[in-house]
Write a protein that binds this ligand. Structure first.
Ligand SMILES: [Zn+2]
Ligand SMILES: [Zn+2]
Length: 307
């Protein structure tokens, strides 16, 4: 009961339990090794090999950072249903779904998540959330591993919305699990480097071609093809765009390419940079003078006469 009343302590304890478990410490060891390898590659090899190894090690390291953060969401999700009852938050009783086959419930889970995910993803492409999502678009070579190149904060939002929504709807655990497994595997599938477009089924299920266009680094492709699984959400909300095979460069400019530490800190660095003009404006207003050395923009003549 303690951990329900105090979720922050609970998550912290769960995370400490993970960190202190000798069986799990290999994750940390692997992460440190990857980071060391990642920083040490650059001296030899051809540029192409360096690029490839850098991209793969960066993605694996980011994946491991996600693995370390993910237990918080999953451990919390187990407590959510109890939390709704404890706090008196009305939620859908599990009995509503009784009698429905698990494949149908899993399908509804995937549909609901993709709808939520469409709007999560759309928000992630707005100015203030882009620094979080930019990590996913920083990969200069999109392939299956790109799936895992996601900032831990984004993982928290995506899987947090999934688990909160479905536990609130009273979904049985097996449907939630099957849905999550399908979403994960399909997400790897749409990132692989092939030009499969799904022909007449292209609006029903996202293809590698559909998602590659989402990663295209040309202005007309920015903010398009946001659904993970069902392209008809993009069609409904006006963001569908697949003009043919994706033959333009992928990636994104203006973000660190394969620097794991910088990519992880990127949202904080960018938010600090973006709020600086506000901080400066508040400072100028409260103190009343511009910063020393900036001077006045224009010297006022002293002989203006009032009439
Ligand atoms: Zn995106
Ligand atoms: Zn992607």
């Amino acid at each position: 009961m303690d951990n329900i009343v105090n979720p922050i302590t609970f998550v912290f304890d769960a995370w400490l339990g993970l960190v202190a478990d000798p069986g799990k410490q290999f994750i940390f060891a692997a992460l440190l090794l990857l980071l060391a390898a990642h920083m040490g590659w650059r001296s030899s090899w051809t540029q192409r090999a360096v690029d490839a190894v850098e991209s793969v090690t960066a993605t694996l390291a980011i994946f491991l950072i996600n693995v370390l953060a993910a237990p918080a969401v999953w451990l919390l999700s187990e407590q959510l249903k109890a939390l709704y009852a404890l706090l008196g938050i009305p939620s859908v009783p599990g009995s509503v779904w009784a009698g429905l086959p698990v494949w149908l419930l899993s399908f509804i889970a995937i549909l609901a998540q993709d709808f939520a995910n469409y709007w999560n993803h759309r928000a992630m492409h707005l100015k203030w959330l882009w620094p979080v999502h930019a990590i996913h678009h920083s990969d200069p070579v999109v392939n299956g591993l790109t799936t895992y190149r996601i900032h831990a904060l984004e993982t928290l939002v995506m899987w947090g919305s999934y688990t909160i929504m479905l536990t609130w709807l009273g979904f049985p655990a097996d449907a939630i699990g099957i849905g999550a497994l399908f979403l994960t595997l399909h997400n790897v599938y749409v990132h692989i480097n092939v030009d499969w477009g799904h022909g007449p089924l292209r609006m029903l299920i996202a293809s590698p071609r559909f998602h590659r266009w989402h990663h295209a680094d040309v202005p007309e492709a920015h903010g398009k093809n946001l659904a993970n699984v069902f392209p008809f959400f993009d069609w409904m909300f006006g963001t569908y765009r697949v003009p043919g095979p994706c033959d333009v460069p992928v990636g994104a400019t203006g973000i660190p390419r394969n620097d794991v530490v910088k990519l992880t800190l990127w949202p904080l660095l960018e938010w600090a940079r973006m709020t600086m003009p506000w901080v400066e404006a508040i400072r100028a207003r409260t103190v009343g003078w511009p910063a020393r050395g900036t001077g006045l923009a224009k010297t006022m003549p002293l002989d203006i006469k009032a009439d």
